[in-house]
Design a protein around this ligand. Sequence first.
Ligand code: 5GP
Ligand code: ZN
Length: 114
Amino acid sequence: MEIDCIFCSIYAGEIPTEFLYRDDKCFVIRDINPVAQIHLLIIPTNHIEYMNDSPDRVNVVVHDLFSAAILVSESEGISESGYRLVINQKEDSGQEIRHLHMHLLGGESLGPIG
Ligand code: 5GP
Ligand code: ZN
């Protein structure tokens, strides 16, 4: 748990948030500012700031993040229509929150990337 990290605070229950999925490895919430009909955030419970700084820890959680993505794509009803997974890293990506997370976007035609 990192002090002053919004995702750590959400997982700790300090900020009331609906969890679409939660276990001791990762959790899924809706993005507060959705850019698609369905916009979820898949977040490891461990505070990993940047992938490149913690490759070993990333390797451990990547399976959990993708498993959660499969689960929630099904519970949201978009496993057939499709979805996009995005991870922003550092300045050029516009990363806003320095706690590793994966965006899951879907529920509509997303168009090309960029
Ligand atoms: P990033 O740009 O870091 O990849 O994405 C961070 C995302 O977190 C943004 O899409 C933003 O809308 C979302 N976000 C920021 N603060 C909160 C919050 O307090 N609750 C939720 N559910 N999402 C948040
Ligand atoms: Zn954190």
